[in-house]
Each structure stands twice: as C-alpha cells, then as structure tokens.
Design a protein around this ligand. Structure first.
Ligand SMILES: [Zn+2]
Length: 65
C-alpha cells in the first residue's frame, strides 16, 4: 500500500512514435521554433529533423488558424 507515483523526473512525449521520454536522460533531442523535442531513438530524431512540421502539426490539430 505504499505505491507512489514518482514525480521527480520530467517526461516528454516523443512526437514521432508517442513514447514517453525522460528529459533528464534523453540522448536525442531537437529544437524547433524555440521548443525542445525529445526522442527515444536516433531514428525518431532523424524522422523529425526531416520534416518537423509533420509531427508538430499532428499534435496540435485542434488549434486552427
Ligand atoms: Zn521514438
């Protein structure tokens, strides 16, 4: 009955595959428009760098112009 949620680490979602990435240990990161994005693997970062708008846009569908 002592189960607690650890809140000491900060996690972000990998915008490419949707995995949770710990920002403290993330080896792969990219900056776009002033925001940092974290990735679980080099392949995810490479995909993001190829076309960042594709992944950023997918997460902000509800924000219309
Ligand atoms: Zn990934």
């Amino acid at each position: 009955m002592s189960e607690r949620v650890q809140t000491t680490s900060v996690t972000e979602l990998d915008p490419v595959c949707g995995m949770t990435v710990d920002t403290a240990t993330a080896e792969y990161r990219s900056f776009n428009d002033g925001k940092a994005y974290y990735f679980c693997a080099a392949g995810c970062k490479a995909n993001f760098d190829k076309n960042p708008a594709k992944f950023i846009g997918a997460g902000a569908k509800s924000e219309g112009h």
